[in-house]
Design a protein around this ligand. Structure first.
Ligand SMILES: [Zn+2]
Length: 276
């Protein structure tokens, strides 16, 4: 069985992270009430950072048995992530687990004694100067761009796009989730709708619908029109085959977005314009 954790160690590990899974992408609550009012249910596990016995995931022969079964060698996870980290030790090496653990503890430390209003949105927190990527953005190429957090107001995060002076205000209510990866990688912000560059105005607008997955998602959400649309509305543009879009964009054409943020499609062609 190896050097397993005692009940006391398990309880300490769970409490140090507020009974939440330590995987930053998860944070599932691991305890709650049972039907029986005298009992609580626990769906968390104390996983070993280095394995309890030789041959196990991330086993370290150089540490003492009491270290192996001590709180320093454990990480509190939900059952899914407990299984995952033990089945795939290459993807979850010791350093990653230690980072998860210290971040989860820091987060719990921040939340102790704070009101529910504060703790209900713990994942929506960023420091000024943080570098982020935002998704989904349309056109999707902008998802590769970094933004810097300039300011946080009551309602909004204010970002500036790196390498430009373009500013974007994103209401906190529009933020679905923020994934932070420490200082090494930009954080990823997931929006409940989409941030889109409307080529007419050449500024970013927030729109409530997410773009579909797949190729069309790169250009947002399409709206079917007829071939004469551009002429009828005196739009100085042309329809280009969707498969050729990367080429057209490289030539300086832009996808034309209507005021509702939808691009216009005629069959397999998309309306593009040149910015004058
Ligand atoms: Zn989890």
């Amino acid at each position: 069985m190896g050097d397993d954790f005692s009940e006391v160690v398990k309880r300490v590990l769970a409490s140090r992270v507020g009974n939440l899974c330590s995987n930053p992408e998860c944070r599932a609550l691991t305890s709650g009430p049972q039907e029986d009012p005298t009992k609580a249910v626990n769906v968390g596990v104390a996983a070993h950072i280095t394995a309890a016995s030789p041959g196990g995931p991330r086993y370290d022969p150089d540490i003492l048995p009491e270290e192996r079964s001590g709180p320093g060698n454990g990480i509190w996870l939900c059952q899914n992530h407990g299984k995952l980290v033990d089945n795939d030790p290459a993807r979850f090496p010791v350093e990653v687990l230690k980072k998860w653990k210290s971040d989860a503890e820091a987060e719990a430390r921040n939340r102790v004694g704070k009101t529910a209003a504060f703790t209900s949105s713990p994942s929506i927190h960023l420091n000024i100067g943080a570098r982020v990527r935002i998704s989904p953005i349309v056109p999707r190429e902008f998802e590769q761009s970094d933004f810097i957090l300039e300011e946080v107001t009551e309602e909004c995060f204010v970002f500036t796009k790196v390498d430009s002076t373009r500013r974007v205000d994103i209401p906190k209510t529009f933020v679905e989730k923020i994934h932070s990866f420490g200082n090494s990688k930009p954080a990823r912000i997931e929006l409940s709708g989409r941030l889109q560059w409307l080529s007419r105005k050449r500024i970013f607008d927030l729109l409530p619908e997410k773009p579909p997955a797949g190729a069309a998602g790169a250009y947002g959400i399409g709206k079917d029109v007829d071939s004469a649309y551009a002429v009828r509305f005196s739009i100085n543009g042309t329809f280009g085959r969707e498969a050729r879009l990367p080429e057209l964009l490289a030539q300086g054409w832009l996808v034309f977005y209507d005021s509702d943020g939808k691009y216009l499609r005629w069959g397999d062609q998309i309306l593009v314009i040149r910015w004058l």
